[in-house]
Design a binder for this molecule. Structure first.
Ligand SMILES: [Zn+2]
Ligand SMILES: [Zn+2]
Length: 214
């Protein structure tokens, strides 16, 4: 899916977020298939940290260490992507999400020497996929997501609160038809692309073959 863009791109940092079961992973797969190579999809920092064996525990001291680790991994993933000529760095959650998971007293910002305002400022746009309600097709496929559907809805709300104050937030509501939700999110992402890359977007948005899953 490479193509020629004549000018170097102005890199934009876009966050895709949402509570457990919102369809983030499936959407990111569609993004990889639908856009040009100038859209760089980052891996999820929490997946790297916990999938890599970092201890996971409800004990506050351990949980805080995990959130600090995720914060620093996220920052460095973004730094690594900045080394290339990309139009959009699409983050599978951003640093701000971690504040929704901070347990006990204090907050993530002080713990890693930053402020919420500074972290919000680093991202050009936020696309928030809402978590389905209990009867709306909650999906338990991801083994790293151990929360129940009720907890998932609470987490989704906490994430929404965490990003409060960001000037360019887009909410994508949960829908029974996941593809309708996906198309909405892909269209938002396409709007973030520069003209040169938009011309090369694979025409998936109107229901091309790989959007039609059995
Ligand atoms: Zn491009
Ligand atoms: Zn381009």
């Amino acid at each position: 899916m490479s193509h020629e863009c004549t000018e170097p791109h102005d890199r934009r940092l876009v966050v895709l977020t949402g509570g457990p079961g919102a369809g983030k992973t499936a959407l990111l797969e569609l993004v990889r298939q639908s856009f040009c190579a100038h859209v760089r999809v980052l891996p999820e920092a929490a997946g790297i940290v916990f999938g890599g064996g970092f201890p996971r525990s409800p004990v506050e001291g351990v949980a805080r260490a995990g959130q600090r680790a995720i914060f620093h991994i996220q920052r460095e993933l973004e730094a690594a992507a900045a080394a290339d000529d990309v139009a959009i760095v699409l983050c599978d959650r951003g640093t701000v999400d971690g504040s929704a998971y901070w347990p006990g007293a204090g907050d993530l910002w002080a713990a890693v020497g930053t402020t919420k305002a500074r972290e919000l400022e680093r991202y050009d746009a936020v696309i928030h996929l809402r978590t389905p309600t209990l009867d709306g097709g909650y999906n338990h496929d991801n083994p790293l997501r151990i929360e129940s559907a009720v907890e998932a809805a609470l987490i989704d709300e906490k994430i929404a609160e965490a990003w409060t104050g960001h000037p360019r937030r887009h909410f994508v509501p949960a829908e029974r038809d996941f593809l309708a939700k996906a198309r909405r999110a892909l269209a938002l992402l396409r709007d973030e692309l520069p003209e040169c890359c938009r011309r090369h977007v694979v025409p998936a948005l109107d229901g091309a073959r790989y959007l039609q899953r059995p």
